[in-house]
Ligand binder design. Structure first.
Ligand SMILES: [Zn+2]
Length: 120
């Protein structure tokens, strides 16, 4: 039985820049804004006491929250929950209208605004 060589590992000296370049090359994800407004907004909510850092992240370690739901939460928090605004930005569509209803699509619309009977 032939042994395949172990995968080549390499050291990333600057995790931020090297990881960003690596992720963009392989997954087209690396050129996202790393100083995004979502993070700054969340930090503001923590500082002013509107959000509690421990409880607002409790869903991530809860066994009651399905993994798929955790993924959706993280996508929403990081602004990567795909919607028509992304489709227009990536030139995959010309319309920001929700595919289910006549309103403008967005992450918030997907999670709480869409009134279409098949939205949830
Ligand atoms: Zn809708």
């Amino acid at each position: 039985m032939a042994h395949s060589p172990p995968p080549k590992l390499w050291y990333l000296p600057n995790h931020r820049d090297a990881l960003q370049a690596h992720m963009h090359f392989l997954h087209k994800l690396g050129n996202a804004k790393t100083e995004a407004n979502y993070h700054a907004y969340y930090q503001t909510l923590i500082k002013d006491g509107t959000a509690n850092g421990a409880t607002s992240n409790a869903n991530l370690t809860s066994s009651d929250v399905p993994f798929k739901t955790k993924c959706i939460i993280m996508k929403y928090r990081t602004g990567t929950l795909y919607n028509q605004k992304h489709a227009v930005l990536f030139k995959l569509s010309r319309s920001q209208t929700c595919p289910l209803c006549p309103q403008v699509d967005s992450a918030l619309h997907i999670l709480s605004g869409c009134q279409h009977i098949h939205a949830n």
